[in-house]
Design a protein around this ligand. Structure first.
Ligand SMILES: Cc1ncc(COP(=O)(O)O)c(C=O)c1O
Length: 455
């Protein structure tokens, strides 16, 4: 696939470039850099690892760091806005919800939005809106939260588990192409940890094969590709505003819809009061007073928090991104350590963690050894993992399905990401001193990697 090839080329040429500069060392400037690097590594080698009783590289006060990584973050203005809702709860439902939905439409430049109770109910409404025949296959990543997949069970759809690209942890279109059948009707890529999937290629693939493209943008508020926001690419998309998400409202969700049909079906499903607001010729106006059996209205306090947090979303995302760059630009120079590949035409966001990949062979030591050494140095690093849905019982037991899914034994890209990633915390405040100490800790641990590998 074009995008993947591009990534290969980029990844390879960068590494090759680094190796070549090391091998040839042509010119005095390169020689000086080499000399300084070797001297710095030697100095780091002279330091005693914290594992062996040396002074930890990170002396930054733990409680200050905890304050800087605290999430969610609400201000006095947010609290006042919540208090106002408590003073006039009905007004909040009837006046504020349409304003929120308008603001969300404007932010994403999409024609229709509907606020829901949470991301899961937004997905259930999306599956109802799809209106596909029973047995229709929907391509989903296994590397996701259950809600991207399981609500489709209520409508007798069948999940097809698609692998992720180990360089991005996002939807692998090459695997999707292999698993396409005449029954495949839709796909739902998920933008893992805020990194956009290749939506341009995915949408082109969808168009070529007549598939409806949806997005699970529960991790990717404000992220974009070619200037177009995640959630604006697919025919439908959902967001979660649960407390850990980049836009946190404790518990809430939203759906984006490109057509009136999708919007009206998704809105009528869990919003019994919405049908009379639809135009005269809507086939769903008749369901006023009942909808289709669910009540998925967003909590008005959460809606208020979404509006307040949306005001600061772009600024927050930019701050988090800048701090990640300060750290990652340095530590991803270390052998075997990399971060998810992000295309130049993407603006990613970050959900909850800064994920790194460790190539144990190239680095010369294992993830367990690295994280233990980093933790001893005072770095809040941990081996990462995220659910692999295909491993859960519910997908394997026939009694829960009219059309039982085909469950793969292994998805290699998914397995690779979960066995190689390291999670670091995100910083929501500028702490240059801490970042320098983290860089020092990584470089120190890498300088000692041969002895760490022996233990
Ligand atoms: C990828 C993904 N999709 C959907 C959801 C569901 O959102 P909610 O928890 O708001 O129901 C989540 C929540 O964690 C998620 O991570």
């Amino acid at each position: 696939m074009k995008s993947s090839e591009g990534k290969h080329e980029n990844g390879m040429s960068r590494r090759k470039f680094l190796r070549n500069t090391g091998a040839t060392a042509a010119g005095a400037a390169a020689g000086n850099v080499m000399y300084r690097k070797a001297a710095a590594t030697e100095a780091l080698r002279q330091e005693t690892l914290a594992l062996d009783g040396g002074t930890p590289a990170v002396s930054f006060p733990g409680e200050r760091l905890s304050a800087a990584t605290k999430w969610p973050r609400y201000t006095e203005a947010d609290k006042e806005a919540v208090w106002e809702v408590l003073e006039r709860p009905q007004g909040a439902v009837y006046r504020d919800l349409p304003i929120l939905e308008q603001e969300w439409r404007d932010y994403h430049d999409v024609p229709y939005t509907k606020a829901h109770l949470n991301g899961t109910s937004s997905l259930t409404s999306l599956f109802f809106a799809l209106d596909l025949p029973p047995g229709s296959e929907i391509m989903v990543p296994s590397y996701t939260f259950f809600a991207t997949i399981l609500p489709m069970r209520f409508f007798d759809y069948v999940p097809i588990f698609i692998d992720i690209d180990p360089r991005t942890a996002c939807f692998d279109l090459e695997d999707a192409a292999k698993k396409l059948t005449p029954r495949t009707k839709a796909m739902i890529p998920m933008h893992s940890w805020g990194l956009p999937c290749d939506m341009d290629h995915i949408c082109a693939f969808g168009e070529e094969h007549g598939l409806i493209v949806c997005e699970d943008a529960a991790h990717a508020h404000g992220a974009s590709l070619q200037g177009k926001k995640m959630g604006a690419w697919g025919d439908m998309a959902i967001f979660s505003f649960q407390a850990s998400k980049p836009l946190p409202a404790i518990e809430a969700g939203m759906g984006n819809y490109q057509t009136r049909e999708y919007f009206e079906r998704a809105a009528a499903f869990g919003h019994y009061e919405d049908p009379p607001k639809f135009s005269e010729d809507s086939p769903y106006r008749r369901y006023h007073g009942t909808g289709f059996g669910q009540k998925y209205r967003i909590h008005p306090i959460a809606a208020t928090l979404v509006r307040k947090q949306l005001e600061v979303l772009d600024e927050r995302n930019a701050g988090v991104q800048a701090r990640v760059r300060e750290l990652n630009d340095r530590i991803t120079q270390l052998p075997g350590l990399s971060e998810p590949y992000c295309r130049d035409d993407m603006e990613r966001s970050y959900y909850s963690i800064n994920m790194l990949f460790l190539d144990e062979q190239e680095a010369g030591f294992t993830r367990a050894q690295v994280t233990r050494a980093l933790q001893a140095e005072g770095v809040r690093a941990r081996p990462g993992s995220y659910p692999e849905q295909h491993k859960f019982n519910i997908y394997r037991e026939e009694q829960w399905w009219h059309h039982k899914p085909d469950v793969p034994d292994v998805l290699p890209g998914t397995a690779q990401v979960n066995s190689s990633c390291i999670f670091l915390p995100l910083l929501y405040e500028d702490l240059p001193e801490l970042t320098e100490q983290y860089i020092h800790a990584f470089e120190k641990v890498w300088a000692h990697r041969q002895e760490i590998a022996r233990v």
